[in-house]
Design a protein around this ligand. Sequence first.
Ligand code: DGL
Length: 269
Amino acid sequence: MTNDLPIGVFDSGVGGLTVAKEIMLRLPKESLLYFGDTARVPYGNKSEETVIAYSRQIARFLCSHSVKAIVIACNTASAFALDTLSAELPVPVIGVVKPGAKAAAAITKTGNIGVIATSGTIRSGLYGRYLRSISPDVHVFGQACPLFVPLVEEGLQNDPVTRTMAERYLTPLLSKGVDTLVLGCTHYPLLTEVIGEVAGPDVTLVNPAYETAKELASMLAGRGLLKTSDTPSAHRFFVSDGEEQFRRFANSILPCELEEADVNRKVFS
Ligand code: DGL
């Protein structure tokens, strides 16, 4: 029965686990099939062509395991590959950029919205395009924050060096008077505390991972694809390298225990 099939979720590595976590919390009955492309991370500094090629390989792998929908849990891959995958795949595909943009457009009062993300996502201009398609009058200010991903992966969320970088990255946006800030990269919700402190109480942070889980729930409900049986959820994780490191990271953020992830490089062929 299609409803009981898992939801495919993929990312360039561990970052998409922030999205997987929100999906698990919102849709606890659903099962996830997660692929983290840990051998080829980061995607954030790669070309559009490369990111589309990688995303296509992974999406096909997930479809070969019979998933009922695919969530592109990576902002960079969502920015570059959503249209391609939506056109090519036999199942519904959602990315994290549109839900994040929709929430930011609804929240802003001044119309000045900041977007922080990888260089690739900022270069794509997609957050700005979605935001302006929803509210033509908004002003969108983008800032690439390339050091945030390695800082999170090194476990330096609460380190002074991360605060210094947050100040450096956010100052230009704050000087534009943004009242809403989109955390447009999978890793940034893990920096909510420091980013929130630096941005101050007048700036609302938007977490696209949270918004995507909400959007996924309503998309599945709308298409009659929510899980109907009472069998417990069973998640499966694949990585293309570094299983142990992935598992450690996963167990520090997921609401369930991950005992093992399968290493799979067949997707590359
Ligand atoms: N997952 C990526 C994103 O959300 C961040 C890590 C990377 O650069 O691959 O854009």
